[in-house]
Write a protein that binds this ligand. Structure first.
Ligand SMILES: Nc1ncnc2c1ncn2[C@@H]1O[C@H](COP(=O)(O)OP(=O)(O)OP(=O)(O)O)[C@@H](O)[C@H]1O
Length: 694
């Protein structure tokens, strides 16, 4: 059969260029990527063979072999997995099928340092071989195909690759790297073992290397050398990480495993490994990443949970195992109860799956609570020399014994895999304390994923209160997004009956909103909600811990006991005197405003717009309109400040004059502008302002 030449898909060519130019500083990751592909290929075969055991043929073993040839300058990774047909080799090794590739490519800046960070988030897979090789040959045969239908794929990592049909006796794939001159140190048994140990110990498959022994020189004066023994030895632990006792797993191994499953170069913020026993038995290993993926905002993004059944890999991205608002969580669930042939459809209906999903949700929420608590403790104890307690501090690092959740497990007992004697020493704890304190893990989490977590208020009724406790906002008195509802409540003024908040497009707009004037004057804190999701999410949270939440831009302002008698009296008197003006304004602005009333919420501004209590905020209405969604046509209420000179001026004017009409409209449009909106007719607004200026 002749050789056919194929061009790489444009994105692959681009990726290849990037791989070889950005990743040379960390060349060794290629081995992790190739072993991970080999392991995936074995997982796939094991899964397909459940329905068709003949796929194993006469080779029942699933394994990975790593060999090298110093003289030929090659390094070969061979697996007995599913293999590839010719068409598959062309498709899988010549194009990138992954969603998000385009987006990824568009984010590249040309700055190698920044790009290599990005590529770490994306995962380079097979192409990382080109960091150390100037040519790669892949020989493969798909399980179930005859030996004559093997394929050889070859490329130098430039614009194209070649494919030819070969005869290959063994099922599976060999990836042969022709090492670059500067990467010859990888053709070394010790070096390879060290790397396997570092990156792939937790792979559940045996990774084998040919044994070597020292042989003295045959003749006098001839140096000795290492020679191969011909026996293949397993060099990794070959049991899945999550099946090992936690005390036998180092932090580094947890992190390495995360990097393998999440294709992320950054270490995770926290993790938790537990064996859950009871009516539904499973092991969960869950990770909180330290940064958001590029497609976080895609609500259809697949979840990052891999499902195993009794150690057999079943599927990636098992979205039934974690709610959508926690879609950023990565990890593994290994169930003891689900059938091996479980399908996505079946997952939807399974009671066991619901129990696992609930268990995962609770576990993630407690990890977040622990992180938040560790940060709070760090914040208050920052100046003290020693940590307050080991348990608390260890919690923040993610590898702690999670707090038990007795009442919430509905009969399922959590047995942590960790040996309780595995507790960290005081020195460990102090070191971790310093680390956590420095990094502010919860702050990082909140910055990256806070807005997604808010979706949980609407999605997860059962855990709404727990989620509410995890929320953080900036406020009129605190610049950073660090204020929890509980913090807010603790600082509430004597007599204050509600948690006040304002929604706006930006923090600046919220902070400078006229609606805040009275609150600022009285020193009442107001939470600033500036995420798009805030208003929707808050519609599910009417109160926190018995205290109602009240938007300062909705309904009439009622500060209740916070307003003293004299103020109330003055306001009532002002309302009385300004009544005739209100009538005039209502008439002139009948097309724009639902109502015009006098308010005490303003101090420096003449007027502001509010919506009725149950109404949709103007900000949300604008957002929906922009998104092309139908929005009920509601008019805002204009509230005026009877003390303001402009209002006093209006009071003294004849309502039938064009000047009154102009000033009334200017006051309305300015209130709209201050709130982040745009006048219906901007040109008319400009004309009116100009008329008043001359
Ligand atoms: N050893 C192998 N055996 C069988 N198929 C393989 C092997 N290595 C790679 N492939 C195929 O080539 C595809 C591309 O591999 P690559 O490593 O580039 O991406 P990936 O594994 O899909 O993604 P990532 O590594 O980022 O998770 C794989 O999805 C798989 O179909």
């Amino acid at each position: 059969m002749s050789t056919q030449k194929h061009a790489f898909q444009a994105e692959v060519a681009q990726l290849l260029h990037l791989v070889t130019h950005s990743l040379y500083s960390n060349p060794e990751i290629f081995l992790r990527e190739l072993i991970s592909n080999a392991s995936d290929a074995c997982d796939k075969l094991r899964f397909e063979a459940l329905a068709n055991p003949s796929l194993y043929g006469d080779q029942p073993e699933l394994e990975v072999r790593i060999s090298f040839d110093k003289a030929a300058k090659t390094l070969t990774v061979t697996d007995t997995g599913i293999g590839m047909s010719e068409a598959e080799a062309i498709a899988h090794l010549g194009t990138i099928a992954k969603s998000g590739t385009k987006e990824f490519m568009s984010k590249l800046s040309g700055d190698q340092k920044a790009d290599s960070q990005l590529i770490g988030q994306f995962g380079v897979g097979f192409y990382s071989g080109f960091i150390v090789a100037d040519k790669i040959t892949v020989e493969s045969r798909r399980a179930g195909l005859p030996a004559s239908e093997g394929v050889r794929w070859t490329s130098k990592g430039d614009g194209d690759f070649e494919v030819e049909t070969i005869t290959r006796e063994a099922r599976g794939t060999s990836v042969i790297l022709h090492l670059r001159e500067d990467a010859l140190d990888f053709a070394d048994g010790w070096r390879l073992k060290e790397l396997i140990n570092k990156y792939s110990d937790h792979i559940s498959l045996p990774i084998k290397m040919e044994g070597e022994k020292w042989e003295e020189g045959k003749e006098e004066g001839q140096p000795g050398q290492m020679v191969k023994t011909g026996e293949w030895e397993t060099v990794n632990q070959a049991n899945a990480l999550w099946t090992r006792p936690k005390k036998d797993i180092t932090d580094q191994q947890f992190k390495d495993f995360y990097q393998q499953i999440a294709h992320d170069w950054e270490p995770p913020l926290a993790w938790s490994l537990n064996r859950v026993e009871g009516s539904t038995e499973y092991t969960q290993l869950l990770y909180v990443p330290s940064h958001a993926p590029m497609d976080l905002w895609d609500r259809d993004k697949k979840a990052g949970i891999k499902l195993y059944v009794k150690r057999v890999f079943i599927m990636d991205d098992a979205e039934q195992l974690i709610p959508r608002y926690l879609r950023f969580i990565k990890g593994v669930v290994d169930s003891a109860d689900l059938p091996l042939n479980v399908s996505r459809e079946l997952l939807q209906e399974s009671r066991d799956v619901r129990a696992i999903r609930d268990g995962n949700t609770r576990r993630v929420l407690s990890m977040l609570e622990d992180m938040a608590k560790a940060q709070d403790t760090a914040g208050t104890a920052a100046a003290t020399e020693a940590p307050a307690s080991e348990g608390k501090i260890d919690v923040g690092s993610g590898d702690s014994t999670p707090a038990p959740e007795p009442t919430e497990l509905q009969g399922d007992a959590v047995t942590d895999v960790v040996d309780k004697n595995d507790a960290p020493t005081a020195a460990d704890a102090a070191a971790k304390f310093a680390e956590d304190n420095e990094s502010g893990k919860y702050a990082t989490f909140w910055r990256e994923f806070g807005a997604v977590l808010k979706e949980g208020l609407g999605e997860d009724t059962a855990n709404r209160e727990r989620i509410a406790k995890l929320l953080r906002y900036a406020s009129s008195t605190v610049d950073t997004e660090t204020v929890s509802f509980a913090d807010y409540k603790a600082r509430m003024k004597e007599g204050q009956k509600a948690i006040y908040y304002i929604t706006a497009d930006t923090a600046a707009a919220a902070r400078n909103s006229p609606q805040l004037e009275l609150f600022k004057k009285k020193g009442i804190e107001v939470l600033l909600m500036t995420d798009r999701v805030d208003e929707w999410a808050l519609s599910f949270l009417r109160e926190f811990d018995g205290t109602p939440l009240q938007s300062v831009a909705k309904g009439a302002v009622d500060l209740g006991d916070l307003q003293d008698e004299a103020e109330k009296k003055a306001a009532e008197a002002a309302a009385e005197t300004v009544k005739p003006l209100l009538e005039k304004l209502k008439d002139v602005l009948k097309n724009e405003a639902e109502d015009v009333r006098v308010t005490t919420r303003l101090v420096d501004s003449p007027a502001c717009l509010v919506v009725k209590d149950a109404g949709m905020s103007m900000q949300l209405a604008r957002m929906l309109k922009q998104a092309g969604q139908p929005v009920p046509e509601t008019k805002p209420v204009l509230e005026i400040n009877a003390e303001h000179p402009l209002v006093k001026k209006l009071e003294g004017m004849d309502a039938n004059t064009p000047q009154f009409n102009d000033l009334a409209h200017v006051v309305f449009d300015q209130a709209l502008l201050a709130e982040g909106g745009l006048p219906e007719d901007p040109a008319a607004y400009v004309r009116r302002v100009n008329a008043l200026l001359v």
